[in-house]
Design a protein around this ligand. Structure first.
Ligand SMILES: [Zn+2]
Length: 352
């Protein structure tokens, strides 16, 4: 047998071995990791001890704002649609009434174009989507100065867009993500009366669904510089969960967040679970949400981040994600929890 032939045979044997390993050992390994991660999450859930309920935010106002955004008249707030534009103009008016400073490129707005593209990603929670082009998308940005002008702003984000209307049916997007945007407004109202050391930049993002394009536009057009930001808190889906769990994503990448989350639990009336941020080689088939919403873009830009959100429910991305399904008490306490987190963060980063 010639040397070349031997080499070919050895190569073929290697390929066959790799295929066998992949088909036999890989699923078992992934299954083992998934099991370990499920056990870890169950342990966290059992250990989490909710504290007493709080009321610093106006809970009625939170629900009223959520209802306005998720109303069928908004037509699912697709980027560039009539309902989307209505929602954005309304948000700019709310920011003005609260007294936030315009921080877009055109007053409160940062207009941008959505490019049509096809998206499939397991990080988008297994979503497959064709994102239609929209000429007329826009983020809404308002700044609240802090007490210490030396500090970099903490950026609070929540996307206001959703899936629009399909076959005559409105995708109201109440949990996803009228809930996050109503909380964004609630926090702006609260902190305008109780300012922190840090400036707070409130950002209602467009065109999250499918491609995180609103968050990308913040950096692509250099409205924001990553090194000039202290932190990103992203809120996406806050208003319902059968197990009353709130996930906090980001402590795997940033372990210094863990003690902060521990302190947060002592002030929070919901169970906070640090999870859905571990890669496949740590957590198997457990979903990794590191890039699942707009915080993913901040992460890629190396801005420290946290994402707060609930687990997917049966009504996720369906016409059944309506305002009646919201759990008012859970939603109010999730919002209070995020308020507490921002206060803790403000103290933690007192010097930068
Ligand atoms: Zn969302």
């Amino acid at each position: 047998m010639s040397v070349t032939k031997r080499l070919y045979l050895a190569g073929a044997a290697l390929v066959i071995a790799a295929i066998l390993l992949y088909t036999l050992a890989w699923p078992a390994w992934q299954q083992q990791l998934t099991g370990q991660e499920s056990a870890r999450l169950a342990q966290l859930q059992a250990a989490a001890k909710p504290a007493a309920a709080q009321q610093r935010l106006d809970h009625q106002q939170l629900l009223a704002d959520l209802n306005w955004l998720a109303h069928p008249d908004r037509q699912g707030r697709k980027p560039g649609s009539r309902g989307g534009i209505e929602a954005r103009n309304w948000l700019a008016r709310q920011f003005a009434e609260i007294g936030l400073q315009p921080a877009g490129t055109d007053g409160y707005l940062q207009p941008f174009h959505v490019k049509q593209h096809f998206v499939f990603s397991r990080w988008l929670r297994g979503k497959t989507a064709t994102v239609p082009a929209a000429e007329n998308a826009a983020n809404v940005l308002g700044l609240l100065p802090g007490l210490n002008p030396q500090l970099k702003p903490i950026v609070l984000t929540a996307h206001y867009d959703h899936l629009g209307v399909e076959n005559g049916e409105v995708f109201a997007g109440a949990d996803d993500n009228a809930s996050g945007v109503a909380t964004l407004l609630g926090l702006a109202r609260y902190f305008s009366e109780h300012p922190l050391d840090h400036p707070l930049l409130f950002v209602a993002l467009d065109a999250e669904e499918g491609g995180l394009q609103g968050a990308v536009a913040l950096f692509k057009h250099q409205l924001l510089q990553p090194e000039q930001l202290a932190f990103n808190v992203n809120m996406d889906m806050l208003s319902r969960d059968t197990d009353q769990l709130l996930f906090a994503v980001g402590s795997y990448q940033q372990p210094w967040l863990s003690p902060l989350l521990h302190t947060l639990q002592q002030q929070s009336a919901v169970k906070i679970i640090a999870g859905h941020d571990r890669p496949w080689y740590r957590a198997g088939n457990t979903q990794d949400w590191t890039l699942s919403s707009d915080h993913g873009v901040f992460y890629q830009q190396q801005v420290p981040f946290i994402y707060f959100g609930v687990a997917d429910h049966d009504d996720y991305h369906s016409v059944r994600d309506t305002a009646e399904k919201v759990d008012p008490d859970f939603y109010a306490q999730v919002s209070e929890t995020i308020l507490s987190f921002i206060q803790l963060l403000d103290q933690q980063f007192k010097h930068n």
